[in-house]
Design a protein around this ligand. Structure first.
Ligand code: KG4
Ligand code: ZN
Length: 345
């Protein structure tokens, strides 16, 4: 396979089929040369997990198994390509839910083996950053990356398409997890991020939950804020008072997002970069998009976000990272590739 990968690196154009199944989205995409999306089919299980108030891992795995064949067929047909046209298979092997990941990894290994094409292992979190290369065709590293998802919150130096150095991360919860927990205590259901985002537009930042106690570092902490919001809601409920839903959302969101905005701008200036790229599910958040764009402009920095459909989990970003891995000679795998629930960025 090493030889085949080498030959692909010399080809004019490389078509990669990407597979994503790390959480509750079964997705298969076909992407040319890392940036041109021919298809990106996403089958979401949100309706199934909403009943449980969050993702149930075993249910997610079973639904990936049921969905994946249909998603492959739809993806090929939308792209107008046949399996024989695929040059390589890229798959998320971590981080994520182990059973869910195993479905995608096993499917990818089988496809790659039967087609006789290279298999490329992709780190899901790095994959998120590639959504920006698809949305902004001329964008290239180096830059400061902000990763904000359901499982991760990190500020990193992105020095090349495959070289990430983490300079700050959350000391406890991820920001998306915090959005989901706050939404849950407010009775907004799963996934909570978009619902909190929407309600916050109608509210004011007039409740002070916590002070940003990590001002000097690039690290963040969200569990104190989450607990403060939960305690505030419980206290009002016990007293039989109505919850100022919109203000709670606006205040929580300000205290979760604004410290991150100032940290990432400071990191960009400290390290001498001229651009910031945001990735992960929470990059769809309108308040974050707005606040960081304004702060970036003030500091003379360019700020990039992926288009909305590429913010949350999808296979186009995985195929894109697969392409850049292939070009850098990274992640080339075989039938012994395993899924890993937790991997460093
Ligand atoms: O990146 P992602 O799809 O999955 C992981 O890799 O974790 O991120 C999912 C997270 C969830 O916590 C969801 O609530 C959050 O992204 N999210 C948002 C918004 N849209 C999705 N959080 C805040 N505002 C949004 N508009
Ligand atoms: Zn994700």
């Amino acid at each position: 396979m090493k030889k085949k990968a080498e030959l692909l690196r010399k080809k004019d154009s490389v078509t990669i089929l990407g597979i994503e199944s790390s959480c509750d989205e079964t997705s298969i995409a076909i992407v040319r040369d890392g940036r041109e999306v021919l298809s990106n089919v996403i089958s979401s299980q949100i309706d199934i997990h909403t009943k449980f108030g969050g993702v149930v891992p075993e249910v997610a795995s079973r639904n990936h198994v049921m969905a994946i064949n249909g998603v492959l067929e739809e993806s090929l047909s939308k792209a107008g390509v046949k399996l024989e046209d695929i040059d390589a298979i890229a798959v998320t092997y971590g981080a994520g839910l182990i059973g869910a990941l195993m479905v995608g990894v096993t499917f990818a290994k089988t496809l790659a083996f039967s087609l006789g094409v290279p298999l490329i292992a992709v780190n899901h979190i790095r994959g998120h950053m590639c959504a920006n290369y698809i949305s902004h065709k001329d964008l290239t590293p180096p830059f400061i990356g902000l990763i904000v998802s359901g499982g991760h919150t990190a500020i990193c130096r992105v020095e090349s398409f495959t070289d990430f150095k983490v300079i700050g991360s959350t000391l406890d919860d991820a920001i998306g997890e915090c959005y989901d927990k706050v939404a849950r205590v407010l009775g907004l259901g799963y996934p909570g991020g978009p619902k909190v985002d929407k309600l916050a537009v109608e509210g004011k930042y007039n409740i002070h939950f916590v002070k940003d106690n990590l001002k000097k570092t690039y690290d963040s902490s969200f569990s104190g804020l989450k607990t403060a919001v939960i305690n505030y809601v419980h206290t009002l409920t016990q007293k039989g008072k109505a919850l100022p839903m919109e203000d709670i959302c606006a205040s929580f969101q300000s205290e979760a997002v604004l410290p991150l905005v100032s940290k990432v701008v400071r990191a960009c200036l400290d390290y001498g970069y001229d651009k910031i790229c945001v990735a992960g599910g929470v990059s769809a958040n309108k308040f974050l998009r707005n606040a960081l764009t304004i702060a970036g402009e003030k500091a003379g920095l360019k700020v990039y976000f992926p288009e909305f459909v590429l913010c949350t989990d999808n296979a186009a970003m995985i195929a894109s990272q697969g392409y850049f891995n292939l070009m850098a000679g990274i992640g080339l795998s075989d039938t012994d590739l395993g899924a890993t629930s937790s991997i460093p960025l």
